[in-house]
Design a protein around this ligand. Structure first.
Ligand SMILES: [Zn+2]
Length: 85
C-alpha cells in the first residue's frame, strides 16, 4: 500500500473515531487534551480530526466546559444537527 494512501486512511480513521466518540456522548463537550487522552491520539491529531468533522458540519468547536476535566476551554461536541432528535 502506498505511504500517502495509508496516511490519508489514518487521518480518516482519526476523524471517524472522534465522530463516533462524540456521538456516543450525545451532546457532551470535551477539550482537546481529554479527547487526546481518551482516544489515545496526539493533541494535533485530535485538532486535525476535529477540523475535518467541523468542516463537514458534524461537530461543533466552541468555548465551553469540558465534561471530563471540568475546565473551561475550547471544547468539541457533536450536537450540531438538531434534526436528529
Ligand atoms: Zn478536558
Amino acid at each position: 500500500m502506498p505511504a500517502r494512501h495509508k496516511c490519508q486512511e489514518i487521518k480518516g480513521l482519526a476523524s471517524e473515531l472522534l465522530g463516533r466518540f462524540l456521538e456516543g456522548h450525545d451532546g457532551a463537550a470535551f477539550c482537546f487534551a481529554c479527547l487526546a487522552a481518551m482516544l489515545a491520539m496526539t493533541r494535533s491529531e485530535v485538532i486535525d480530526a476535529a477540523d475535518r468533522l467541523r468542516s463537514a458540519g458534524e461537530i461543533e468547536v466552541r468555548e465551553g466546559r469540558c465534561a471530563n476535566c471540568g475546565r473551561s476551554n475550547v471544547v468539541v461536541c457533536g450536537s450540531v444537527d438538531s434534526d436528529r432528535r
